[in-house]
Design a protein around this ligand. Structure first.
Ligand code: ADP
Length: 397
């Protein structure tokens, strides 16, 4: 069974074709700058040289047709007929509180995804265009939608509600939704499997640390709290995002700068975080390098990040009444041994003990805690696409 996983943005289309008998990726690629000058498609058949097509791509339908042609191409393709593709699975950033799990696309589902546009204005419109494009090209093939928010729908109300007047929840749906749910779900399941246990018996904190970072409390397989909020701005310090801060800072900065609401939003999302504090870069590798050379603001940015992550792990240990496993994933979590060590050092009083040698790894599954650590610390590379493919198979096979 072959499943096409699609992640569409407003001007991009990423895809991976999985053979679900082996869970191997047969081909993957990216269409960029859809509707903008300089559009192109990069397609890679697994094990072969990349194949690039530079051509005007006016919309997502044209982009999708190019992808399907590439999959069929006699030299670069991996299928003889599009009938070999059983279903497509789509990544959707926000399903609001309409979706608690992945579902097959119907007209009602599309209506609900449209209703969530105010919660993900930069993402959901692109996802909708991607679904419509493949429905147009392959009208008989089923489509499944997998939501970044769905895994967090098990949070109790006292964890997802904010202290604003209740009518803003009722009328404007102001509440915590979280993000990266597909990743938190994947790594929590995989970590348990890797440790030879069931996630239903474990209290885990999953740390998805990339350009955007979020931390979740996963108790007995269910998410009970997560650090991102109504939007992906909340939580720990990120590449260019502030993370949590006193909300009164918003009007304060607006008063001194005369920023409009949109400008203020941009400032908090794109000019802050590691970049804003260090003045060096949003990329942790650059910030680590500057800190090693003695740059004090780079050191400060790293300290804010590690302290923030450790505080969340402490808070979620309280939320779960204990802690068995810490999972590190995504660009920073999988690759930065110093971040993992810096965070865990602050948790030693809870019995968390890193083994420096075991921790000296990047990008692969590993236990990085010492044998006598009370809490097992693991690195699990995330694979959101595989999670989407599995859900799609489960719902359509
Ligand atoms: P995104 O959220 O865009 O998917 P990623 O998960 O790719 O981001 O993570 C990007 C982050 O991972 C960047 O801050 C980058 O510096 C960091 N990163 C990647 N490799 C390393 C490394 N070897 N050491 C430290 N940080 C790394």
């Amino acid at each position: 069974m072959k499943i096409l996983v699609i992640n569409c943005g407003s001007s991009s289309l990423k895809y991976q074709l999985f053979d679900m008998d082996t869970e191997n990726v047969l081909a993957k690629g990216l269409v960029e700058r859809i509707g903008i000058e300089g559009s192109q498609m990069k397609h890679v058949k697994t094990g072969a040289e990349p194949y690039t097509v530079v051509t005007p791509i006016k919309d997502h339908k044209v982009a999708m047709n190019l992808v399907l042609e590439a999959l069929l191409d006699k030299d670069h393709g991996v299928v003889k007929s599009l009938d070999e593709i059983s279903a497509a699975g789509h990544r959707i950033v926000s399903g609001g509180d309409y979706f608690k799990k992945s579902v097959i696309v119907t007209d009602e589902v599309m209506d609900a995804i449209k209703k969530c546009i105010p919660l993900a204005p930069l993402h959901n419109p692109g996802h909708i265009m991607g679904i419509e494009a493949i429905q147009h090209a392959l009208p008989k093939m089923p489509n499944v939608v997998v939501f970044d928010t769905a895994f967090h729908q098990t949070m109790p109300d006292y964890a997802y509600m904010y202290g604003v007047p209740y009518e803003f929840y009722e009328k404007n749906r102001i509440r915590r939704y979280g993000a990266h749910g597909t990743s938190h779900h994947f790594v929590s399941l995989r970590a348990a499997e890797f440790l030879g246990k069931s996630s239903k018996g474990l209290k885990m904190v999953t740390c998805h640390l990339g350009n955007g970072s979020s931390i979740s409390a996963v108790k007995y397989g269910k998410c009970i709290d997560t650090s991102m909020g109504l939007t992906p701005l909340a939580g720990v310090l990120m590449g260019t995002r502030t993370g949590d801060m006193d909300p009164a800072i918003v009007p304060f900065i607006q008063k001194v700068t005369n920023y409009t609401a949109d400008e203020m939003n941009d400032f908090m999302n794109k000019k802050s975080g590691l970049l804003g504090v260090s003045g060096v870069s949003s990329d942790l590798r650059d910030v680590e390098e500057a800190a090693d050379k003695g740059n004090e603001r780079a050191k400060l940015a790293i300290n804010i990040l590690e302290y923030g992550i450790a505080k969340y792990i402490g808070a979620y240990t309280v939320a779960m009444g204990g802690l068995d496993v810490i999972v590190f994933t995504a660009g920073i979590g999988e690759n930065s041994a110093t971040t993992r060590a810096g965070v865990c050092k602050q948790l030693e009083f809870m019995g968390v003990k890193i083994d420096p040698e075991k921790n000296n790894i990047r990008g692969k599954e590993a236990i990085v805690s010492a044998d006598d650590s009370k809490v097992t610390v693991v690195v699990i590379p995330t694979n959101e696409e595989l999670m989407i493919a599995r859900d799609t198979k489960r719902l359509t096979a």
